[in-house]
Design a protein around this ligand. Structure first.
Ligand SMILES: NC(=O)c1ccc[n+]([C@@H]2O[C@H](COP(=O)([O-])OP(=O)(O)OC[C@H]3O[C@@H](n4cnc5c(N)ncnc54)[C@H](OP(=O)(O)O)[C@@H]3O)[C@@H](O)[C@H]2O)c1
Length: 329
């Protein structure tokens, strides 16, 4: 089958028509790739990180249709629309190819109100935001928790205009995430702005950008006036150390462990994701959470992924997710 392969770390993306079509194992499904979302992680993987074997086909923001089910699969049948985040950097799981594998328990069923293109904007972003807010800042996963009492708290999200951040905002919307600041102003002004907007009433900071670790930790340590409860900092940056601050619990998001096994962290992450998915499916079906806006690059076909990857490098980042249609619905 066709796929976009990378032969070695730092290599060029190449169109191949001889990629092996995988076979679904126990609790796995074989998915026909309809649309793939593009993510910053592919740039990191191209350089050699988060890849288990070479050559590799990348792509993890999946949207497709089930064409075969493995042993013991109960949630899905042939013809079902599915989406989510596939195992990163493992042969057989990349979305930049005609067919790929997904694991039953950590895969979403596409609701009728979500198109296959919209679905490709959700998996990585919504799961990462949930991991940050729920596993990281101990926020309950509720349908837009209401800003009820006077003493309700703010949640501070850095990178709120990005793919992950926009889903983060939707998950906390009812709590009052309704003021914004630009990260292009000096850090001192950002911190002052956070203090003015929140009045210090926050104990949760989510750095969805992976770039605001120092500012986020400083905000929690210096601006948060909540003294009687724990303070939580969570970040999508799981590759750089965060300097600890007294009273702040730090959590690094590791979506890269999705579908992996063999350690406590892998088990925890996958259990968490398995718990979130049924609730997130409800939020999407009821419209409480809406897919991010998108821009489709190229026409239809596996080879169009090459155009998408090129466009991703030079994107202006207007909040729209870049997606590529791999095959027709
Ligand atoms: N650890 C994990 O498991 C995991 C999972 C998913 C994503 N990630 C990482 O998380 C990051 C965000 O992913 P994404 O898909 O949401 O990317 P994205 O769509 O490019 O969004 C990033 C956002 O962060 C903003 N930003 C950049 N520098 C900032 C700063 N210093 N302070 C505050 N905001 C800043 C950007 O604004 P401008 O465009 O204006 O610069 C943009 O709105 C990426 O680095 C990605 O690799 C990690």
């Amino acid at each position: 089958m066709k796929g976009i392969i990378l032969e070695k770390p730092g290599g060029e993306y190449l169109l191949s028509d001889s990629v092996a079509k995988p076979t679904p194992g126990k609790n796995q499904i074989l998915v026909k790739s309809l649309v793939t979302g593009l993510n910053p992680v592919e740039g990191i993987q191209q350089q050699g990180m988060l890849v288990t074997a070479w050559p590799i086909v990348l792509g993890c923001d999946a949207s497709g249709i089930v064409v075969a089910v493995g042993e013991d699969v109960k949630k899905f049948k042939q013809g079902d629309g599915v989406f989510g985040c596939t195992r990163l950097g493992e042969p057989g799981y990349g979305t930049f190819q005609e067919y790929f594998l997904m694991d039953e328990h950590i895969t979403f069923k596409t609701p009728a109100n979500i198109t296959s293109v919209q679905a490709a904007t959700i998996g990585v972003g919504l799961l990462t935001a949930s991991m940050g807010l729920v596993s990281g800042t101990k926020m309950p996963l509720e349908a837009q928790p209401q800003k009820s009492a006077e003493d309700s708290e703010w949640v501070v999200i850095f990178g709120a205009a990005g793919s992950v951040g926009q889903y983060g905002v939707q998950l906390v919307e009812g709590l009052g995430a309704d003021a914004t600041l630009s990260h292009r102003i000096p850090v001192a002004e950002q911190l002052q702005g956070i203090a003015t907007i929140t009045g210090g009433k926050f104990s949760r900071v989510f750095d969805a950008s992976a770039m605001a670790g120092d500012t986020g930790m400083q905000a929690l340590a210096d601006q948060s006036s909540i003294s009687d409860s724990a303070k939580y900092f969570t970040t999508t940056n799981d590759w750089a150390p965060v300097e600890p601050r007294k009273g702040v619990e730090i959590h690094l998001i590791t979506l890269g462990l999705i579908g992996k096994s063999g350690g406590v962290s892998e088990e925890t992450v996958n259990k968490d994701i398995e718990t979130y998915i049924p609730k997130l499916e409800q939020f999407l079906e009821s419209g409480v959470v809406k897919p991010n806006e998108y821009e489709q690059v190229g026409d239809i076909g596996v080879e169009e992924v090459l155009k998408g990857l090129g466009a991703f490098k030079t994107r202006k980042n207007d909040g729209k997710k870049l997606v590529v249609r791999v095959s027709a619905d």
